[in-house]
Design a protein around this ligand. Sequence first.
Ligand SMILES: *[C@@H]1O[C@H](CO)[C@@H](O)[C@H](O)[C@H]1NC(C)=O
Ligand SMILES: *[C@@H]1O[C@H](CO)[C@@H](O)[C@H](O)[C@H]1NC(C)=O
Ligand SMILES: *[C@@H]1O[C@H](CO)[C@@H](O)[C@H](O)[C@H]1NC(C)=O
Length: 383
Amino acid sequence: MAPVRLCRKILTPWHHALRKWGLLTVGTLGLCYLLSPTVSPWPRSSPSPTLVSSTAPTPPKALPNIAPCVANASVQNISGFNELPEQSRDFMSYQHCRTFPQLLNVPGKCGGPKGSSDVFLLLAIKSSPANYDRREAIRKTWGQQRTFQGLQIRRVFLLGVSPNARDATKLNRLLWHEQREHHDMLQWGFRDTFFNLTLKQLLFHSWLLEHCPGARFIFNGDDDIFVNTDNMVSFAQGVPSEQHLMVGQVLVNTGPIRNPASKYFVPKQLMPSELYPPYCSGGGMLMSSFTAHAIHREAQHIALFPIDDVYLGMCLERAGLVPTYHNGVRLAGIYVPHRSDPLDPCYYRELLLVHRFAPYEMAMMWHAIREPQLSCGREVHIF
Ligand SMILES: *[C@@H]1O[C@H](CO)[C@@H](O)[C@H](O)[C@H]1NC(C)=O
Ligand SMILES: *[C@@H]1O[C@H](CO)[C@@H](O)[C@H](O)[C@H]1NC(C)=O
Ligand SMILES: *[C@@H]1O[C@H](CO)[C@@H](O)[C@H](O)[C@H]1NC(C)=O
C-alpha cells in the first residue's frame, strides 16, 4: 500500500486542472482588488486582539494551563500495547480527549454567526506555531482577506501549542503578537503534533459552527501549498453551497501503513481493517458549508483517528457522502516538458492548488500569475 501521506509530502506536486474555469483577465482582477474596501491592510492601531481573555494587556509570559485530560489507563490491557511506538501509545492513551481551551480566538472573523453567510470562502489553514514564515507569505499572497468578484474571502490559521515546552513559551508570545497585528489565529491548548491534526480539525469544525456557520465554502489545507484563490472562488461560484462538495486529491483503495517506523503507522489494535474509505488528501481540499456541517455531525460518533484526512473520509462515509470532482475539476499531475521551468507561471495559472511551495515560491507565483504581461503559449500541457 502506498504511503499516502508520504506521497503528498515528497512526490511531484499534484494539481487540479481547472481549464474550464480560467482566470478572469488580470485587468478585472486588479480593478476588483483596488476597489475592494476590505483589501487594505489591517490598521496597525486597531484595538487589542480578540483573545479569549481579552483583558490580557501583555503577551502570555508562561505556558497557558492546558486542560488536563486524564490518560486512559485501560489501554495498557490492549494486547501488544507496550510494544507499540511511543507515538501510537500516546495517541491511544489520549484518544478520548476532545475538549481543549481556546487560547486565541477571532470570534468576529465572519461578522458574527448571523453575518457569516456573507463570507463566501473561508481559508482555514493548518499551521504550526514555528511556521511563521509560511503564515507571513500566505497573508501577503493567496491568503489575503479581500473581496473578489464581490465575494468575501476570510482567513484563519489553526494551531495548537508547540510540543516542546521551552519553545512553547516563546512561540506563544510570537502568536500573541501575530494575532494583535493580523487577527487570524485560532489556537487551542493541545500539543501541536502530527497525530493531533484530527483534533485540530474537529476543534475547527466546532469553532465554525459557533462563529461562522454561514460561510459558504471552506478551504482546508496545509501551510505549504499554493492556492489559486481566484480560480477557487470562480469554481465555487458554480456550486450550490447547500449541497455536498468535497474536492481535492481523492485517494481510493488505500489502507493503513503497518510499518512501525513510518510516520503514518497505524497499528492493527487501532484499526483492524486494511482499507481506508475514499478521502481527500489533507494537503488541500475545498468543501461546501453543507459538507463541513455534516463532518461536524458525524464526528460526534467516530473515535479520533491519527491521520486527519483519513478521518474526514470516515466522516463522509458515515454520512453516505463521497469526495468527488465537480465537472470542472480534474485531478491532475502536471507535465512539465523537459528543460522547461517547473515554476513557469503558465502551468499554475489555471490550477486550483498545488502542493509543496516554499514561502518565496508562493510570493513569486502569486505575482507571476497576475502579471498582465504574462503570455502563455498554447504549448502548455496540463493533465
Ligand atoms: C486490565 O485487565 C485486568 C484483567 O482483565 C483487569 O482486572 C483490570 O481492571 C484492567 N485494567 C484496566 C486499567 O482496565
Ligand atoms: C479506554 O481504552 C479502552 C481499551 O481500548 C476502551 O475500551 C475504552 O473505551 C477507553 N475509554 C475511553 C474513555 O475512551
Ligand atoms: C495531543 O494533545 C494532547 C493534549 O496536549 C496530549 O496529551 C497528547 O499527548 C497529544 N497526542 C499526540 C499523539 O501527540
